[in-house]
Design a protein around this ligand. Structure first.
Ligand code: NCD
Ligand code: ZN
Length: 367
């Protein structure tokens, strides 16, 4: 095993001795505030994997064609709701900011029910060739977001910087935005560095950040430290053990600015296991179980009579902080977290998930 890796799953796998005496826990059904569902024949499979464990999700708009206008947004929501009709599942819709968006376009999208706008720098990630060259050209549209209280979600990387420095290079843009639009709620998505955690902590409460499950357990060693593992390749790229530790500290701290967004991003096996493989890690079916393992390890305190500290902190990260930032009503329904060993399938619908063929010791299911 590479020296700086804690071996994905090794720390989270069952250790035989510790399993049997654990209790089962109930949480409100959680929210995933950053999710890719794609379009077309696979949408229903991906959507149901999420709806089996989450009550709401903020659906990303980087489909082909993108969700950038009101008609596309309404139609995409209809498709997701239809696919998930067996579940009480609410898709929260976002739209992709386009270079020609003005205030009027934003008003039309807000009227169609968009809760968030997503900024993709051109060329930064999957399907971002039509992204934005210079964020400042969009200031009239961003002014309208502030006016309508639509949240701005940022893919916070500067694609012109060295790949491991792209997030850090973007952070001055975030500070500029906060200064210029003091009432705008902004989410820095899938933070991957200690730098981003530090900067978010210095900013006002209008700024939040999502953290994925995979950035809490992977480092660059899990991607390229031994044999190349394309299923651990995503944007922003997973980074150093210090970065991962800073993310774990932020996620498990209870700080209301940090909340869960899976960035679960399915790409079929052939699109990952090839030259020029796509960026994205599929985590929807495993994310909650992985998070439970991380929080259990990192929050050993006693807690109160009802729930141990790690469960209370997990509940804040997964069910409370994001919902509060997005001003969502209380979730309807519950999730049961059971101390039950299970083997993660090698693939779901031809997509290799995080922890494929590994054992996890918590199982999450909606009740
Ligand atoms: C995402 C995807 O595949 O759509 N990929 C990723 O590596 N995270 C896009 C994104 O969120 O950057
Ligand atoms: Zn994403």
């Amino acid at each position: 095993m590479p020296p700086h890796s804690d071996g994905v799953g090794a720390a989270l796998q069952i250790d035989g001795s510790a399993v049997c005496l654990k209790a089962m826990f109930r949480l409100p059904v959680p929210d995933d505030l950053h999710l890719h569902l794609r379009q077309g024949p696979h949408l229903a499979n991906y959507a149901r994997d999420t709806a089996a464990q989450f009550g709401r999700a903020l659906v990303m708009p980087n489909t082909r064609p993108p969700i950038s206008g009101p008609a596309a947004l309404r139609e995409y929501r209809r498709q997701i709701v239809t696919a998930c009709s067996a579940y009480a599942f609410e898709p929260l819709m976002s739209f992709k900011l386009a270079p020609d968006h003005d205030a009027q376009a934003v008003h039309a999208l807000a009227d169609a029910g968009a809760v968030a706008a997503k900024y993709y720098p051109r060329g930064a990630t999957t399907n971002s060739e039509d992204g934005i060259e210079d964020l400042r050209t969009l200031y009239p549209a961003i002014e309208a977001l502030q006016e309508r209280d639509v949240i701005l979600c940022l893919h916070g990387e500067d694609p012109s910087a060295f790949c491991l420095s792209r997030e850090t290079a973007f952070l001055p843009r975030l500070e500029e935005l906060v200064n210029r639009f003091p009432r705008l709620r902004i989410v820095l998505e899938h933070v991957s560095t200690a730098d981003a955690v530090r900067v978010v902590r210095t900013l006002p409460q209008t700024v939040g950040a999502t953290i994925t499950a995979h950035h809490l357990v992977l480092t660059l060693d899990d991607l390229i430290g031994d044999l190349l593992n394309p299923h651990h390749f995503c944007k922003p790229v997973v980074k150093t053990p210090d970065d991962r530790n800073a993310l774990r500290e932020a996620a498990t701290s209870g700080d209301r600015r940090f909340f869960f967004g899976s960035d679960s991003a399915p790409h079929r096996r052939a699109d990952k296991e090839c030259a020029c493989g796509c960026a994205g890690v599929y985590t929807a079916p495993v994310a909650i179980a992985v998070l439970a393992g991380v929080f259990e390890l990192d929050c050993p305190g006693a807690g109160d009579a009802e729930q141990p500290l790690w469960v209370r902190r997990l509940r804040a990260f997964l069910c409370e902080n994001g919902a509060a930032f997005y001003r969502l009503p209380p979730a309807r329904g519950e999730l049961v977290l059971a101390p039950e060993e299970w083997l993660v399938p090698a693939a779901y619908h031809d997509v290799v998930p995080l922890m494929a063929a590994k054992r996890l010791r918590w199982r999450a299911s909606r009740v």
